[in-house]
Design a protein around this ligand. Structure first.
Ligand code: FES
Length: 182
């Protein structure tokens, strides 16, 4: 038995209609998919503001530190005393687990300003030493109470399980009294 066949013209018209309908649907779907992508790409003002943090350091006396936040992570800003700088410089960096000098971890001419993340490089606890009266450990820098990592006055790891020095975030001095982190 043979199927009845449609006239040639009708068959072409029906296929064209189906193809056009399919393309239009794909077009609408394509635009719908692009909209959320574009809105994700344009960062809102509050996200941009969070990408850097300005810190007024004018009230931090030598020997003191403050805790602030950068991208939701704690940051320590510390004004080292001449004795703390001398203690850091007295160490041969080749003897360190994560060899770095204080000069490599600070800005030229401003080695007293030690700016690091307040995140232990072992498992991420916040070390003590930046708050008033907090214990600073036997090397005078920071002490992590979670598993006993001890950092020196350049926030370099000296003892305990942490593998690396406290991380120095990107920053620059906007002026003598303002630091822009990020
Ligand atoms: S998280 Fe700091 S020593 Fe383990």
């Amino acid at each position: 038995m043979t199927e009845p066949t449609e006239p040639h013209d009708d068959g072409v018209r029906r296929r064209d209609f189906i193809n056009i309908a399919a393309i239009s649907f794909a077009g609408v779907g394509g635009i719908a998919a692009l909209v959320p992508l574009i809105s994700q790409m344009s960062a809102s003002a509050d996200v941009l503001a969070e990408s850097s943090t300005e810190v007024d350091i004018s009230a931090i006396a030598p020997g003191q530190a403050i805790k602030t936040l950068f991208r939701k992570q704690p940051v320590f800003v510390r004004n080292l005393t001449p004795a703390e700088i001398a203690a850091a410089d007295a160490v041969n960096p080749a003897t360190l687990r994560d060899p770095q000098t204080l000069e490599q971890r600070t800005k030229a001419g401003k080695t007293n300003w030690l700016i690091t993340l307040g995140v232990c490089t072992h498992l991420g606890c916040v070390p003590l030493g930046a708050g008033p009266g907090e214990v600073r450990g036997e090397f005078g820098g920071y002490f992590c109470p979670c598993h006993g990592s001890v950092y020196d006055t350049a926030a370099r790891i000296r003892k305990g399980p942490a593998p690396k020095n406290l991380e120095v975030p990107p920053y620059e001095f906007s002026s003598d009294t303002v630091v822009k982190i990020g």
